[in-house]
Design a protein around this ligand. Structure first.
Ligand code: NAD
Length: 487
């Protein structure tokens, strides 16, 4: 596949059919070169209405919500296999749209997308029910049923990996869906929905609409035919979505932004902590909600650690995301690159020291038009600096130093966010105390970014409302009914 064989236009996919009704067009770019590679046909409110109607029909008039567990498991496994068989194709589409290393997309994100469906197939086989025998001669059986039509709204930074979790969970429990990717990254998710159908998903169960949040997204959230909203994206957008959904009392799951602390004590295995710190801020080109973007170093080790971090950051191979040797590609868009770079000035105005990066690297040939920036690190004078409080969402590490456990915890928790935290120490009482004291939905102790899908994932404070994961998804995507019958 080269840019000439990419889909030249991407519209909606409603009940399995292409729909490109609205007149508004949005260019889609390859971030590594800045070249336009496709055009998005935006869905307006009328097109959203068609998509919701298709999902509604599939929910209300077909047997989809009542499929047996065995039949649903077989479909989820078939989808998983199909996605794995097309992992290279999906990774390439995502790479053209996102600029993240093709190797990382193929090995991690597409494997995860396929696994999400396998996970829920297995989860369905392990569910147990609740039955309450009453002394009065009655028995109450608790039944979980699909909620209905789910609006699934995804961000641009990991489109297929994140949206597939929502789709797999919604389908596992018998819901139908309307999926809206980010207007910036429609390519791989368009193919993903086609592949669901190739694997045997009935048409109309998953429908796709594309367009801006202010048009397509708002029409979807406000639609009276939508029963629940699952959203991953920025905190401000999450507020708007929750406000919109509240008008019709729709349940919302919000996976939002982060400014996660990576707390490294002198008692840590510093080689492992260094590798993990680099991974946590530079993988995905730094555009990850769970990035370890605020690195807190115990003062006694800070000088040596910073020197090693800077040395390694400077060695990162920036370049063509299609090459296996590339470790960091471009940022997702020109506007986002400019926003991330603007934080270099913000940091300096707040008295921070630029340790490395902060500029645009010289790229050769086609890549000269790409949205690259150098891996960047600053040392902030205090946690009040804007670079310690605001989500930058790029390859931009902010360091702070602390003295003693109490100051580390105070700094780590002094943020409006609470998505994840990382803590590094080989002193057991320290990590035990930190895993209790850190105010975030996930605490990674001496391990970077590992995730068990059975465990809930989501944020405290402004990082979210609700959780994703096995039982957490079951709770969100099902209604609970108590049936009481005589013994
Ligand atoms: P965004 O909030 O700008 O957009 C996310 C999605 O919402 C897009 O599809 C967009 O079109 C849509 N949208 C925007 N306004 C809307 C509205 N008013 N109504 C309905 N839909 C609307 O976020 P982004 O820039 O695409 O993604 C980056 C953000 O996502 C970061 O803050 C990051 O931390 C967060 N994120 C969180 C997680 C998590 O699991 N917590 C995972 C990935 C990304």
């Amino acid at each position: 596949m080269n840019t000439h064989t990419l889909p030249q236009s991407v519209g909606s996919l409603i009940a399995g059919k292409d729909v490109t009704g609205s007149g508004h067009r949005i260019p889609v770019y390859y971030p590594a070169t800045g070249a336009q590679i496709s055009t998005l046909h935006e869905a307006d409110a009328a097109e959203v209405d068609l998509a919701v109607a298709a999902a509604r029909r599939s929910f209300d008039t077909t047997d989809w919500p009542r499929w047996s567990v065995e039949r649903r498991q077989a479909l989820l496994l078939a989808i998983s296999e199909t996605l794995l068989a097309h992992a290279d194709e999906l990774a390439l589409l995502e790479c053209y749209n996102l600029g993240i290393s093709l190797r990382e997309l193929r090995q991690i994100q597409m494997t995860r997308a396929a696994y999400n469906f396998r996970f829920f197939a297995e989860y369905l086989g392990q569910r147990s029910g609740e039955v309450y025998d009453q002394v009065t001669g009655y028995r109450s059986v608790v039944v979980r049923e699909a909620v209905g039509v789910a609006a699934l709204i995804a961000p641009w930074n990991a489109p297929t990996a994140l949206a597939s979790m929502k789709v797999a969970a919604a389908l596992a429990f018998g819901n139908t869906c309307v999926l809206k990717p980010s207007e910036q990254t429609p390519l791989a998710l368009r193919r993903f929905v086609e592949l669901l159908h190739e694997a045997g998903l009935p048409e109309g169960v998953v429908n796709l609409v594309n367009g801006r949040g202010s048009v397509t997204g708002e029409a979807l959230v406000a639609h009276r035919g939508v029963d629940l909203v699952s959203f991953t994206g920025g905190t401000e957008t999450g507020r708007r979505i929750m406000t919109g959904a509240a008008q019709r009392l729709k349940p919302c799951s919000l996976e939002l932004g982060g400014k996660s602390a990576n707390v490294i004590f002198a008692s840590a295995d510093l080689d492992r902590a260094l590798d993990a710190a680099l991974l946590a801020i530079f993988s995905g080109n730094g555009q990850q909600c769970l990035a370890g973007s605020r690195i807190l170093l115990e003062k006694s080790i800070s000088e040596a650690f910073l020197a090693r971090f800077v040395d390694r950051a400077r060695q990162l191979r920036i370049g063509d995301p299609m090459l296996d040797s590339t470790e960091m590609g471009p940022l997702g868009s020109a506007a986002h690159r400019d926003r991330v770079l603007s934080y270099v000035k913000v940091a300096q105005e707040d008295g921070a020291t630029l340790l490395t990066g902060g500029g645009v690297p010289q790229m050769a040939g086609d890549l000269a038009g790409g949205y690259f920036i150098e891996p960047t690190a600053v040392l902030a004078p205090s946690n009040a600096a804007r670079v310690c409080q605001e989500e930058i969402f790029g390859p931009f590490a902010t360091f702070l130093t602390f003295e003693g456990y109490d100051q580390a915890m105070q700094m780590a928790n002094d943020t409006e966010f609470g998505l994840v935290s990382y803590v590094w120490s080989d002193h057991l009482p320290t990590v035990e105390a930190a895993s209790r004291d850190l105010r975030s939905g996930v605490v990674w102790v001496n391990t970077p970014m590992t995730r068990d899908l059975r465990a809930p994932f989501g944020g405290y404070k402004n990082s979210g409302v609700g959780r994703e994961g096995g039982a957490a998804c079951e709770a969100f995507y099902t209604e609970v009914k108590t049936v009481t019958i005589p013994d």
